[in-house]
Write a protein that binds this ligand. Sequence first.
Ligand SMILES: [Zn+2]
Length: 469
Amino acid sequence: MKTPLLSSLVLAAFLPAAGQVTDSASGYGALAARLLHTGLGRPGAYLMLEQLTSRAAHRLSGSAGADTAVEVAKAWMEERGFSNVHLEHIMVPRWERGRTERAFLEIPGKANIPVAVCALGGSIATPAGGISAGVVEVRSFEELERLGRAASGKIIFFNRPMDPSMLNTFEAYGGAVDQRSRGAIQAAKSGGVAVLVRSMTLAIDGVPHTGGMAYQDGVKKIPSAAISTRDAEELSALLRKGTNLRVRLMLSCRTLPDAPSANVVGEIAGTEKPGEVVVVGGHLDAWDKGSGAHDDGAGCVQAIEALDLLRKTGLKPKRTIRAVMFMNEENGLRGGRGYVADPLRRSEKHTAVIESDAGGFAPRGFFIDADSAIRAQVMGWKPFMETVNAGRLLAGRSGVDISPMVATGVPGFGLDPENHRYFDYHHSDKDTPERVNPRELEMGAIAEALLAYIIAQEGLQADTLTRSR
Ligand SMILES: [Zn+2]
């Protein structure tokens, strides 16, 4: 029978969560109040964020900054008295930006006009003198295909903006990011010699935004760079006017052999079921632009702060609550996959995984990536979550690092902060701690602490008969 999702969730919210909240309801209410009082009284998450971004601003997988970030995170856990603090070793891809990344408009009879670009992660370099070619602008792969031979020998300029009319900026990103991730493959298939991609942001400014891109076996690799939205608009206007122009693109980035790295793990051991684990995590690696404050320094410090806040209350969870700093979310997901594959997992059962990787902005609630029975159970906790401004509990995707665990059937939870500004900063020089508000950041840690603790006490009961993800 098909039950309308909304009505069953609304119903569940008003049912006296029979048999679900075994600790007294006032216990979770009181815990929420203590977490708020302690957390907001000393924004601890932000102090860690400042440390991380000053000591390891650039921490792309395999870099010296990433190694420092691993040390810093491990030290935080040890200083705070977490138990079972350890590294779980993995091999990670290693790509370096290089010193040169420049581009110019070359218009006959005029001085070269600089264009703000940055290499996309994984791109090959150009020859030392750069690539100079005419430019064709397209807004989709279909449009590129229709150009046929007209694209041959050209720099392919992908200029489909993120759709500003969408409420959820992550959906707007999802609707445009194929140009960045697969643009080089499609462009090379059409005979293109290089790629310029409009930066994935709703802001119109002069700052290019990097991000991952892919090549495909059997398809020629061509250099690939992001162009700032302002320069994308100007280039587009010149092309529309029929200006005779070429772009010269110079990149010196390179891919090195895989390097050793690690996930960082620490926990509060469960008193009754220590082998059952609730993970709270974020990713420690970040692009080498700005200092990865929102993406995802925020998620890392929130996870550690969540455990620290719980530890300070003196409450002992029945199940283990574990902080995991995943490595290599941005260009490989080796940390997320490695965590699942680690032999240590064989003797553990994961009750839930929670990730914050949508920015350190004021939280609204959580996306729940689990079956309808679990969603209904969690809706029963909505009154407690509302007291920490995180009562918006919706079905949805949880987090990239935890997706390999969610794929094995572990219920996933993604912190859902306000997101209008996230892509203004994302993967660019603008992603710095000054753009993070200490109180908003702390509220995310408080919300994660409360959710993790309730799950650790109550467990999650999947309805195996109506499992319908
Ligand atoms: Zn991220």
